[in-house]
Structure formats: structure tokens, C-alpha cells
Design a protein. Structure first.
Lengths: 257, 319, 257
């Protein structure tokens, strides 16, 4: 849809905090169960953000959206810092440390379920995009705003909805990472870059590609760690550069231009 | 565009006058102005590749860091004097831009943005791994407490960047860049070697950026990767250039001035996140209302026409 | 071909041009020649490969096989900007003005980088630009931004930009599309005057009046192959050509334009 959302990291952070507060609050909600709630909260937030702010600049050069969402990410992250301080929080559940054996490998339960849920959400998104009327409207709008409008699509609403879905997914991601990573107002930063790398690896606009990209990236990052913990990022980014230069449509994507 | 030319000359005149200020200012203001000159230079440099050529680089901060670290290395390990290190820093960044720019500038839109973003992050990550560069703990440089010296060096870099932009804008090279920005395919069929032009623009941009980086390193006496490869720098460069008016000669300097002034007014010295919250909000408003920056209004006609232009721009950007 | 042409050799010769897009054969071995100073019309139903052929000649597209010979050199191995500097210029079907530059500056870009561009001084280039604008009837708009122009004027600007490069051979891609009959007449006159000054023209057109009125020779493409060649009146009466445009008479339905 031509909207590069730098604030995606901030949305993930909000999702993580949502799960955190639901976990330590009176309800003691398990983080995996709080996923739908985090998704709902972020959906609304993202929908409103798009409707009121980002929609104003969608047809402006790409750079404008970039800057707008960047400013938003600063706004959100620092607002979080004002209210929740920079203290590192974490969500530790009763099963945080446990794992099961798969042959010679030990698989932590949390990572396993994270993978399962991520796969399910991807499948759900893919089905939504290809099988529902709304999903088709979104894809049509992303191909040609004016043609979609002429076909009767309420383009402003579609943009807001798409962003809302993106926000919901960020919320889910936030819930999923709340059990594995430290929760701070600036945690979003490292995720945004990785999100972009994965998206490009899988092919921009390709839903299943993103899942494949994520897996590939995870493997690359882990191998990169063999060179030394710090080289993880270097290797990942070199790979990204190479992919962009030689297969810009992603490892999985087909040239659609 | 006589109005724009007048604006450029006014800015240059004001900057020339600023050279006389230091004896009359206290240390705080010398510091603030030096920082302003630096950010404005970075914005001017960014404008060459981002504004004129239309390739929004998120990797220019990599050149800033390269300049800083080259200077630090040459001064500490090779014991060179500042000016030698300064020139080496510019050459290093220029080479970096030429070599990596050749493949990267073949990309467009999202891909170019992401590639340059990873260039910035990747360079930082690499520097963090190299022992001669102090790995992650940073490098110290010889101390020079003559703060007026740095004030004047940064001021000269800024003036030089404006003058360079001015010459480019009026030259054949400048027209090639503008044509590429407007429509690269059309530019090619009119005889413009776009690949060479783009790389040349990025190289010049890198050189100026590295000059500022090298000076910053010497000025601060201590640099570490998170400081000199800070992506927020890059974003600031872009916002300043866009606010002032990308693809204009003095726009980035004017934009820097406005943003710096706002930062000062909000209390730049405070570490409170509220400062960033307000700045973020202001940038949101600016980006929505001024997609072309201030320059069209500064250089334009009577106010009624400007309001109409603003409304037209807003309507054109809306979904 | 005229006697003059036979004596001098072709200005441009395309030999066995093959262009494939994946499985689709856009051009299946097309050869043609244009004599110096000639106006060659290139017609054919939509999808015949006309624009593709022009793109190969101007260096915007590399063919899978074949050669384009101008002045003894094969253009298919030369980048587009160098081809222009050799004297082959083109216009685009979807016009590409430099929207934020003035009309004069648009033409000046061509004058600065075209055939003699790099040897010209700045002021000489701007003078040449003004002269071209005068010929194209755009002198009144010289200081206006190109985005201010109407479609018809933008098409004229497209031609003016190409002319400013001082070409020996000019490739025109559907410059008449979308013009009123009066504007078509004006465009035809412009083309004739350009040709009179010694420029060889290859004109891709759908507007029959223009082709008939301006071309000395016409070549017809259909589905990537050359199916007819000759004088305008002869070609239009050729049953193969009629079939290409209108489909087999008794099969019902229409194929192509």
C-alpha cells in the first residue's frame, strides 16, 4: 500500500506492554491468551492513526509517510517512557523455562508455541487476503488506488483497515515477544529493522513470503552469531543488501512488475 | 527565480556575519551554534542526493560515522594532525560512497530506502567489531579546548556546502540531477548518464557529511558507534532539508534553523522524554501541512495565493 | 524505396529483432530499414509489438536477439543515453515531462545532453532550447512549469525535448493519441517541418489520418511479426492488414483495434 510504517516497532512495544499489564494486573492473564486483546487494542489505535494522520499523506512522495511514521514512533515511544519509565519489565510464566525434546534438540515450549501462532496468523492473513471480499479490496487498492475507487471501494476506509490489521498483527507480535524479550519503551527499534529485512527477504506484499523470510532470517542471524555475537547484525544486513541487489522481489516472490 | 537567489545570498551574508560572533558569546551559545552549523551542513549534504536527485538516503549517517572514525583513527593511531585526518576522512567517505553507491543507486523507492538504512546499521555493526577502532567502547581523540576553532570550522563547512549546492544547481550536473529526480527514464533518453550522475551526487554528499563527522569527532574528543551512527541524525537531516524545501539551495539551512530553534525553545538541555514527545508531534504536523517545505512560501507571492497552494497540496497528498 | 535512399544506405536497419517476456514472444524476428530523410509509419493492432520495437531501437529495452544498425554501430549493446548522443531520440507514449522544471528547462535538458550537448555552452544550449520551443509552438509557455501544460501541449513538449537533442533519427510513439482533429493537424505539420529539416522519422500511430498524411512508407506489425510493407494506400488495402485489425470476416467478433 506504499506506506512504510516506522512506528511498527512502537506498536509491537505497545502490544508487549498490553500483555504485561494484563499479566501483572488482577486478571493474571497468560500472555498467549492476551493476544486477542492486544490485537484489538492495537487495531483500534492503528486504524485511527491511519484514518486521521497517515491518510493525509498517502499520495505524497514515499518519504513523507516515512517521516510521519518516524515522528509517530518517537512520539509513542517517549510517551510510553513518560508513563511507564524505562524500567526493564518482563513476563515470566510458570512454563517459561520448560522445553521438550525433539530428537537431539531441546525445543523450549515458548518458542514452539510462538512459531505455531505465528504460522496460524500468517495462514489467517493469507486466507483473508485471498478469499474474502475485504481482502480483495485491499489488494485491489494496493495495485491501483484510482481504479479501486472507481470500482466502488471506499479507499480511505480500506487504508485505515489495512493499517489496523497491520497494527493488530504488531500487537500479537508484541504479546508473543513479551515472554521472550525484555520489555522497555524503546524495544521496538530492533524489531522494526528486522521486520523490514524479513519483509524484503520474503518479497514486499507477499504474505507467506514473510513467514519464509522470517525463518530464513532467523537461521542467518544464528549462523552469523558463529562469527561472533556482534557480527550477527552485519551478516544479516549484508545478506539483505545482496538479496535486494540480486533478487529484489525476495527469495520467494515472483517478479510482478 | 530571483527571489530564491536573494534568499540564498541573504543566508550566506548572515552566516558570514556569524563568523564575527564568538568573542561576544558565552560558551553555551557557541556550542549551540556550532551544533546548528553541523546539522545544517548535514542537511545541505543530504539535499544533494535526497532533494535534488530524488534518492532519499537513510544511510548518510554512515558517512558521518566514517568521517568521525577515520579522523579518530588517523589522529590517534597514525598521529596525524587534524587537517590531514580531515582530508583523509573526506576521501574515505567519498570512496565508500562511490564503491557502494554504484550498486545501491540502481535501486529505487522502498528498496533504496531500506538498502541505505541497512548500510547505516551495517556500518555501525561492523565498526563495533573492529579492534583498531576500539570495538564498541569508542575512541578518544586529542583534546582541543579552543571551542571557537570548531565554531569556525563548522561554519566554513556549512558555507562551503551552500556554495557547492549553489554551483551544482546552476550547472549541467545540477540539471542532470533534477531531470533524474523528475523522471529518470526520460532523463536517460535525453542523453543523461544517470548511473554516473547519481554516484557523483552521493559522493559529494558523503564528502561534506564526512567533513562534519571528522570535525565532530575532534570537537567531542570521544566518539562511540551509537553516537556517530545514530539514525536519528539521518532522520533529522531529512526533516530539516524537507522542512526548508528540498531541491532548493538554502532551504536545508533554513529548515535546520527552524528545527534547532524549536529544540532550543523546548529546552534542549533537558533529558525529559517530553521534549521528544513534543518534537515528534511537531514533526507530524509539519510533515502533513508542509509537504513542499517552507521555501515555496518564502519565495512565493502574496499570502492569499500561498493559502490556496497549501490547500491544493493537501488535497493532492490525501488518499 | 526512393532512389536517394538506395544510394546512401539506410539510416537505421533493424535485423531479426527477437524480444521475449517470459513465455510471451513480443517480437518474433522483425527486420526493417529506414532511408535517410524518410518518414516511416509503423502501424498494427494493439499488442503487435510497436512500442517494444521502438524501445529496442532507443536502447530502453535489450532484445533477446537481433541488431539495430545505425552508422555501422549496433545499438543493442549501447546504453540508452549513449544512443541519444549518437543521434537517435524518442518520445514516450505516456508522456514524461519534467513536471517541476519550466518548459524551457525541459527542452534545455535535451539541448544540454543530446547529440552536441556536452560540447555546447550553457547559454548556447538555452538558445537552442528556445529555438525548439519556437518551432513546436510552445514559446509562450517557456517560463511556466511543465505541470501547467494541457495534454496536447505536453505531447508537443515531449517532441520538443527529443528535438532539442538534435537527432538524426526521431522515434515517435503515438504522439497523436488523445488529440482533437485540429491538434492532430498541427502535430502533422510539426512532423513535416521536422522532416523537412533533415530528420528521419519513424512514427508509430493509430490515428490513420496522420499515418496516411505524413508517411512516405508504411510497415505493419501484427503479433510480433512484420506482415506488410509499402506505400500507405497499398498497405491499408492489403487483406492481411485488414484481417489483422478486424479479424477474419466471417468468424464474428473483433480482434485488435
Amino acid at each position: 500500500m506504499n506506506v512504510i510504517n516506522i512506528a511498527h516497532g512502537a506498536f509491537i512495544m505497545l502490544g508487549a506492554y498490553t500483555s504485561y499489564w494484563l499479566f501483572v494486573g488482577p486478571m493474571h492473564l497468560d500472555p498467549f491468551l492476551s493476544i486477542p486483546l492486544a490485537m484489538a487494542v492495537l487495531f483500534v489505535l492503528a486504524y485511527l492513526t491511519q484514518r486521521l494522520l497517515v491518510n493525509q499523506v498517502v499520495r505524497a512522495p514515499l518519504l513523507t509517510t516515512f517521516l510521519l511514521t518516524f515522528a509517530l514512533s518517537i512520539f509513542i515511544a517517549n510517551l510510553a517512557q513518560v508513563f511507564w519509565l524505562s524500567d526493564i519489565r518482563s513476563v515470566t510464566t510458570s512454563y517459561s523455562g520448560s522445553s521438550f525434546a525433539l530428537g537431539p534438540i531441546t525445543v523450549p515450549w515458548i518458542k514452539f508455541w510462538t512459531l505455531v501462532i505465528a504460522a496460524l496468523l500468517t495462514l489467517a492473513l493469507q486466507t483473508f487476503m485471498t478469499r474474502t471480499k475485504l481482502g480483495r479490496a485491499i489488494r485491489a487498492t494496493s495495485m491501483d488506488i484510482d481504479a479501486a475507487r472507481l470500482a466502488g471501494v471506499d479507499v480511505a476506509r480500506i487504508y485505515a483497515l489495512t493499517f489496523g490489521i497491520s497494527g493488530a498483527l504488531a500487537g500479537a507480535a508484541g504479546s508473543l515477544v513479551s515472554v521472550s524479550y525484555a520489555i522497555t519503551p524503546t524495544m521496538g527499534d530492533s524489531f522494526v529493522v528486522r521486520a523490514f529485512v524479513v519483509a524484503v527477504l520474503g518479497g514486499l506484499g507477499n504474505v507467506t513470503g514473510a513467514l519464509v523470510g522470517g525463518l530464513v532470517y532467523g537461521v542467518i542471524e544464528s549462523f552469523g552469531a558463529l562469527l561472533g555475537e556482534g557480527y550477527k547484525d552485519v551478516v544479516a544486513l549484508v545478506v539483505l543488501l545482496l538479496v535486494i541487489l540480486f533478487r529484489p522481489y525476495g527469495l520467494v516472490g515472483k517478479a510482478t512488475a | 527565480m530571483a527571489a530564491r537567489r536573494r534568499i540564498t545570498y541573504t543566508v550566506l551574508a548572515l552566516l558570514a556575519l556569524a563568523a564575527l560572533l564568538p568573542p561576544h558569546l558565552n560558551g553555551y551559545w557557541v556550542h549551540v551554534l556550532t551544533l546548528f552549523f553541523m546539522m545544517a551542513s548535514l542537511a545541505q549534504a543530504w539535499n544533494l542526493i535526497g532533494g535534488y536527485t530524488g534518492y532519499a538516503s537513510f544511510g548518510n549517517v554512515a558517512f558521518f560515522g566514517t568521517g568521525a572514525y577515520t579522523c579518530a583513527y588517523m589522529m590517534t593511531e597514525m598521529h596525524w594532525p587534524f587537517w590531514g585526518a580531515f582530508v583523509t576522512a573526506i576521501a574515505a567517505a567519498g570512496l565508500f560512497a562511490t564503491v557502494l553507491g554504484t550498486p545501491i543507486l540502481r535501486l529505487r523507492g522502498h528498496y533504496f530506502a531500506i538498502a541505505t538504512l541497512s548500510l547505516a546499521i551495517g556500518t555501525q555493526a561492523l565498526v563495533q567489531q573492529l579492534p583498531p577502532l576500539g570495538k564498541g567502547s569508542g575512541m578518544t581523540l586529542p583534546i582541543n579546548s579552543n571551542f571557537h576553532f570548531f565554531y569556525w570550522v563548522m561554519l566554513v563547512i556549512l558555507i562551503a556546502s551552500i556554495v557547492v549546492t549553489m554551483f551544482i544547481a546552476r550547472s549541467r550536473f545540477g540539471y542532470a540531477l533534477s531531470a533524474i529526480r523528475e523522471n529518470e527514464e526520460a532523463a536517460a533518453v535525453l542523453g543523461i548518464n544517470a548511473a554516473v550522475a547519481k554516484v557523483a551526487a552521493w559522493t559529494v554528499s558523503a564528502g561534506i557529511t564526512a567533513a562534519a563527522g571528522a570535525t565532530f569527532a575532534y570537537w567531542s574528543s570521544f566518539i562511540d558507534p551509537p553516537t556517530v551512527f545514530d539514525l536519528n541524525f539521518n532522520i533529522l537531516m531529512i526533516i530539516m532539508a524537507m522542512l526548508g524545501g528540498a531541491a532548493s539551495v538554502a532551504g536545508p539551512t533554513i529548515g535546520s534553523f527552524v528545527i534547532s530553534a524549536i529544540g532550543e525553545a523546548l529546552g534542549a538541555q533537558s533529558v525529559s522524554p517530553w521534549h521528544a514527545v513534543v518534537l515528534g508531534a511537531i514533526i507530524v504536523v509539519i510533515v502533513i501541512l508542509l509537504p513542499r517545505g517552507i521555501m515555496p512560501y518564502l519565495a512565493g507571492g502574496p499570502s492569499a495565493w500561498n493559502l490556496q497552494m497549501l490547500r491544493r497540496q493537501l488535497r493532492a497528498s490525501r488518499v | 524505396m526512393s532512389a536517394v535512399a538506395v544510394a546512401a544506405g539506410p539510416a537505421l536497419a533493424a535485423r531479426d529483432i527477437v524480444v521475449r517476456f517470459g513465455g510471451l514472444v513480443a517480437l518474433g524476428g522483425v527486420s526493417l530499414e529506414v532511408a535517410p530523410g524518410e518518414i516511416l509509419g509503423l502501424i498494427g493492432p494493439n499488442g503487435a509489438g510497436k512500442t517494444t520495437l521502438l524501445s529496442v531501437m532507443s536502447g530502453t529495452l535489450r532484445p533477446n536477439a537481433g541488431a539495430v544498425l545505425v552508422g555501422g554501430r549496433d545499438l543493442t549493446h549501447i546504453p540508452a543515453y549513449e544512443i541519444t548522443r549518437l543521434g537517435v531520440a524518442r518520445t514516450f507514449q505516456v508522456v514524461k515531462p519534467f513536471a517541476n522544471l519550466s518548459v524551457r528547462e525541459n527542452a534545455a535538458v535535451g539541448a544540454l545532453f543530446g547529440r552536441h550537448g556536452l560540447r555546447r555552452s550553457f547559454s548556447a544550449a538555452f538558445d537552442a532550447a528556445d529555438a525548439v520551443l519556437e518551432r513546436s509552438g510552445l514559446a509562450a509557455f517557456a517560463d511556466r512549469p511543465a505541470s501547467d501544460l494541457t495534454l496536447a501541449d505536453r505531447k508537443r513538449l515531449e517532441i520538443a525535448k527529443a528535438l532539442a537533442t538534435d537527432p538524426e533519427i526521431l522515434l515517435l510513439d503515438e504522439v497523436m493519441a488523445g488529440l482533437t482533429p485540429a491538434e492532430v493537424d498541427q502535430a502533422m505539420n510539426l512532423l513535416r517541418s521536422v522532416n523537412a529539416s533533415g530528420v528521419t522519422l519513424i512514427v508509430v500511430e493509430h490515428v490513420m489520418k496522420a499515418i496516411m498524411g505524413v508517411s512516405q512508407r508504411v510497415v505493419v506489425l501484427d503479433q510480433g511479426k512484420l506482415i506488410a510493407e509499402g506505400r500507405p494506400a497499398d498497405v491499408v488495402a492489403n487483406p492481411l492488414v485488414i484481417e489483422a485489425y478486424l479479424g477474419k470476416r466471417y468468424r464474428g467478433g473483433t480482434r485488435g483495434a
